[in-house]
Design a protein around this ligand. Structure first.
Ligand SMILES: *Cc1c(COP(=O)(O)O)cnc(C)c1O
Length: 457
């Protein structure tokens, strides 16, 4: 096929493509990028314009685009084999990657089950937890899942069932299985409470009580540790995750941690957020940055105790009946190995606290802006919530699409951002330099001046 022209690409995009999470009535008015190349932390569009990739290509790109080490690892794997089935069989790079992930993860996690994306990584944890109890004497009654308000775990039906964001999830209500929803402990608006801290403490206590009330019928609790990303970077009070782990342990239930977004250094401290937060889960779901943002691969890690409940003669039917065509893909595993090599060779984790502090300083520079209601940061991810009135915390009318407008204005200044409603999200590659942080925030200040000059001081 000949290289298509710019005009052909845009015509075919309008005629034939359906984009994810995209209202097509406004899609073309909101300056979408037609990316043709990238270099380091920049995306290059079909017109040759360059954009700093400040959301890591939707939270997955760890060390920039066209990283020579990752490129080379994939090319080398291509000379061996691109893919062979993992169903009832093995292939070398995914096996050695499992060993590596287990060595990095908290001690009780000894088994790795691969799939292709974050949603399936969570879906698999749910199915495993369910089946684990069905195959554990005395566990048959444990069929309840507790999820968090504002949760996001992906878009397949099981993952949506444990989601709690109305605008994404309510439409599918009739398709979902029943769950119990605990409150999200992030209370910028703290309605009915004098302070945010009081509201958050009340939410954590209500969560603990719900876990103990469901005690004997509870299969598992599903949590995004550290921050609820897709909900708008909702951070959690100190000690929250430890208290939920303690409550699940007392209730004898399993804890599923979805680190699809916050795994691989995003916490700004440790490889996995659960380590920084002092918790060992029963399931750890990993995806996004696992391959450095190169290829779709995810992993659901669990314990030997869970794995053993699936043993027995084949005719007993205790097998985990789940698997995808591309499970354990060799090219993706090679990219993941190269990504983990970069973490080790460059001692990446040791450099993250300094970057986290730099991001914190940069965010502080936005505090006084009259349109900025709340600034939330967890390690190397942050959300800046725009409000029409800082005192009453009143949101802008959704039809004004303020968050999108600010991001588009940043785009005109050469920085690519994608908002969550009126929350401006920053999820830069871990390798972003201080000079590039400056570029990002200069563009954001300019974008706020362009689009938010009517904000009441
Ligand atoms: C992105 C995300 C998912 C879904 O991952 P996909 O690869 O998009 O299916 C699940 N959980 C969290 C916390 C996420 O951020």
């Amino acid at each position: 096929m000949n290289e298509p022209s710019r005009d052909e690409l845009w015509a075919w995009d309008s005629q034939h493509v359906w984009h994810p999470f995209t209202p097509h009535s406004v899609y073309k008015d909101e300056s979408p990028l037609m990316v043709v190349a990238a270099e380091g932390h920049e995306l290059i569009d079909v017109d040759g314009r360059r954009y700093l990739d400040a959301v890591s290509s939707l939270w997955c790109n760890a060390f920039g685009h066209r990283r020579p080490e990752i490129d080379a690892a994939i090319r080398a794997q291509l000379d061996r084999v691109a893919h062979s089935t993992f169903l009832g069989n093995a292939s070398a790079p995914a096996v050695s990657l499992a060993k590596r992930l287990v060595d990095l993860a908290p001690d009780p996690l000894t088994r790795v089950f691969y799939s292709d994306n974050g949603s399936t990584a969570v879906e698999i944890a749910l199915k495993m937890a369910w089946q684990y109890w069905q195959q554990t004497p005395g566990g048959e009654k444990r069929q309840t899942f507790i999820k968090m308000g504002n949760a996001y775990h992906g878009d397949t039906i099981g993952a949506v069932s444990v989601g709690g964001i109305d605008i994404f999830h309510a439409r599918y209500g009739g398709l979902l299985f029943d769950t119990v929803q605990a409150p999200s402990p992030s209370a910028y608006r703290h309605e009915g409470y004098a302070t945010r801290a009081e509201a958050e403490e009340a939410a954590v206590q209500a969560f603990e009580q719900l876990i103990s009330a469901h005690g004997a019928d509870l299969a598992a609790v599903v949590v995004e540790p550290g921050v609820q990303g897709a909900a708008g970077m909702l951070t959690q009070p100190e000690g929250f995750l430890r208290r939920i782990r303690e409550a699940t342990t007392r209730a004898g239930s399993l804890l599923i941690l979805d680190e699809v977004a916050v795994g691989f250094g995003r916490s700004g401290e440790t490889m996995f957020a659960c380590e920084a937060l002092g918790v060992e889960p029963d399931f750890l779901c990993l995806a996004k940055a696992l391959t450095g943002g190169y290829l779709p691969m995810s992993a659901t890690l669990t314990t030997e105790r869970v794995f053993e409940a699936f043993l027995g003669a084949p005719e007993l039917g205790r097998t985990f009946f789940h698997g995808h065509t591309y499970t354990g893909n060799a090219l993706a595993a090679a990219a993941a190995h190269a990504t983990l090599d970069i973490f080790a060779d460059e001692n990446v984790l040791a450099g993250l606290p300094k970057k986290t502090a730099y991001l914190r300083d940069k965010l502080a520079g936005l505090e006084r802006h009259p349109a900025v209601g709340d600034i939330r940061q967890f390690g190397l991810c942050a959300g800046v919530e725009l409000v029409s009135d800082r005192r009453t915390k009143t949101p802008y009318p959704a039809a004004q699409r303020r968050g999108m407008k600010v991001c588009l204005a940043a785009g005109r200044r050469g920085v690519f951002l994608r908002p969550l409603g009126d929350v401006i999200v920053m999820m830069p590659p871990l390798s972003l330099s201080e000079a590039e942080y400056d570029r990002l925030f200069d563009a954001l200040h300019g974008a706020l001046d362009d689009e938010m000059s009517d904000a009441q001081p």
